[in-house]
Design a protein around this ligand. Sequence first.
Ligand SMILES: NC(=O)c1ccc[n+]([C@@H]2O[C@H](COP(=O)([O-])OP(=O)(O)OC[C@H]3O[C@@H](n4cnc5c(N)ncnc54)[C@H](OP(=O)(O)O)[C@@H]3O)[C@@H](O)[C@H]2O)c1
Length: 318
Amino acid sequence: MKYRRSGKSGVLLPEISLGMWHNFGCLTPYETSRAIALTAFDCGIVHFDLANNYGPEPGAAENFMGSMMRSDFCAHRDELFISTKAAYDMWEGPYGSWASRKHLTASLNQSLKRMSLEYVDLFYCHRYDPETPLEETLQTLVDVVRQGKALYIGISRWPVEAARFAYHYLRQRDVPCLIYQGRLNLLDQSPVQEGILEQGLEDGVGFISFSPLAQGLLTDRYLNGIPEDSRIAHDPRFLKADALTPERLAQLRALNDIAEQRGESLATMALAWILQQKGVTSVLVGASSPEQLRRNLKATESAPFTSEEIQQINKLTR
Ligand SMILES: NC(=O)c1ccc[n+]([C@@H]2O[C@H](COP(=O)([O-])OP(=O)(O)OC[C@H]3O[C@@H](n4cnc5c(N)ncnc54)[C@H](OP(=O)(O)O)[C@@H]3O)[C@@H](O)[C@H]2O)c1
């Protein structure tokens, strides 16, 4: 595994990190989730990304991590970089969501219990809250670091102006933002277009890309129908069959042709493309099997894109 520095911090993150949004809840056998997590660790994927609500049920992925921390990972806490998040709907009532001090603090306390951890390495505000004063959210992030409940903090899915304000506020309090988590992939290049990556470079903040394979669209998974064991078939909470329009399929097949010319799979090319964007620290992949995860490691060895390939890709994706 190759490791990259997150922004101007002291933290090195693996180029490929593992996300636990899917495949670590009650829809997946424990032994499958365990095999994926152990494969990750054995391959040097030491960064595991969670959130309070990952499951299903909400909290199930953190419970899984807790049982790993009490068993297989018990002797390896200091080799792991574990993140979690709060701000999406988690429990009933006015404090179960968004980015107030009440929600963020209570949620992080719950996450630590579920994961059997004394602290997380990274705590994110999972989304921008237009109703809570930014200062309240950001001061809470500073405070959880001061309390020793998180080592670093990050933000996810914030508009660029709010991110700029956050970077400044946090730096002034000596708790610089470690990383911005946003969706960047061949089908969604908004963090580049909106200036999120550029802002991160200016402020010394890293960037980690979620759903780098567009939940599996940017692989060979759906090029010839919908396999029974695919996300669309067995867990279509967020990715549904209607995503596979004729136009989308034609685009994916054309991208697959470019990948074949490069002598690699569409998944490898899609991940390599992200890793070659300026300002990217890591890609946060999901995997439903250890084999998928191992195959995705090839992206770290992928050749640089030629200007002709970039032109072909831009024509298909912009
Ligand atoms: N901050 C946020 O708001 C936010 C939002 C979404 C996600 N995230 C984070 O990002 C992580 C990754 O998201 P994601 O799961 O959508 O990532 P993804 O990497 O875009 O998609 C993962 C899915 O792609 C398929 N896949 C992976 N490798 C493959 C390969 N080599 N060949 C064929 N298919 C392959 C698998 O689908 P099958 O199940 O069909 O095999 C896998 O479950 C999450 O776990 C979470 O940590 C954050």
